[in-house]
Design a binder for this molecule. Structure first.
Ligand code: FES
Length: 281
């Protein structure tokens, strides 16, 4: 069992857990993920590692409540335990000196992009971060990202904080500007990553995205997480989760992500019926 050392609601429906998992913390690197199971019969869900502390032997995960498992997870508090916590899984981010790197995050993906931006900065890159959210109250960790970036641009869809609009607007301006951009990393909802990749493609700037297809085992055996990359089938759990955004077949990826939507809805309705409407806490 893996004990929750600290829990916090970072924004409405977005939760942070710091979990005691010394063996995972000893090996964790930016870009990797863990697979979590809330109980013996629980579903396995992948969550990207948001941070780790080797000394404390802990891993930080940040997740949004969307379905049954994330709602069940969100009900746990510091002192409670999680049945299984497997990782670190997946290939780490490629961290080396590229030059100027733009790190773009959408929604709660600001959490997984923070250690990537930190590693990029440590490798000697000039790091420009663009953090986007729908509205001000959904923003968090902008201070952490600012601390590891040379420049931070915040956007909100409704203009309640920072620049009004989507992350792709400042991204395009930076690509059109005088400074040479050597690499873009985009993490967030698939649609946001797709449009970041579409924005960078005409400029020929390599764009890395972190994909989140359905996963089961997380070790390359079940085939659930297969994603078409440049016409070749790859497994996100062992070949990724990071891939060249210009090579992703976005339409197929997004169609596959919806495969079990009805079952997920049914499961959540059933769970909510059993646990009451205010099930987020
Ligand atoms: S999750 Fe099973 S092969 Fe990747």
């Amino acid at each position: 069992m893996y004990r929750i050392l600290h829990s916090q609601e970072l924004a409405p429906n977005v939760h942070l857990f710091r979990i005691s998992a010394a063996k995972v913390a000893a090996k964790a690197q930016a870009g990797q993920f863990v697979i979590v199971r809330v109980s013996e019969k629980g579903e396995r869900i992948p969550l990207t590692i948001a941070d780790w502390d080797e000394k404390e032997g802990s891993i930080t995960i940040v997740f949004m409540t969307v379905g049954t498992t994330t709602h069940r997870l969100a009900r746990l508090k510091a002192g409670d335990s999680i049945t299984s916590f497997v990782g670190p899984l997946g290939l780490p981010s490629e961290n080396k000196k590229f030059g100027t790197v733009i790190c773009v995050s959408g929604g709660y993906a600001v959490a997984p992009i923070m250690p990537i931006a930190r590693a990029m900065k440590k490798a000697g890159n000039r790091v420009i971060s663009i953090v986007g959210a729908r509205t001000k109250e959904l923003l968090f960790w902008t201070d952490k990202v600012a601390a590891v970036s040379d420049q931070l641009i915040v956007t909100t869809d409704d203009g309640s904080y920072g620049r009004k609009g989507l992350v792709t607007e400042p991204l395009k301006e930076l690509l059109e500007g005088a400074e040479k951009i050597d690499r873009v990393i985009a993490i967030g909802p698939s649609i946001m990553m797709k449009f970041c990749a579409k924005t960078t493609e005409p400029f020929g700037v390599k764009t890395v995205v972190s994909l989140n297809p359905i996963m089961v085992d997380g070790t390359g055996m079940c085939g659930c997480c297969r994603v078409p990359i440049g016409g070749v089938t790859k497994f996100a759990c062992v070949d990724g989760p990071e891939f060249d955004g210009h090579q992703v077949d976005w339409a197929l990826l997004m169609a596959r992500q919806k495969t079990y939507l009805d079952e997920e809805k049914h499961s959540f309705e059933h769970w909510r019926h059993q646990h009451g409407a205010g099930c987020g806490s």
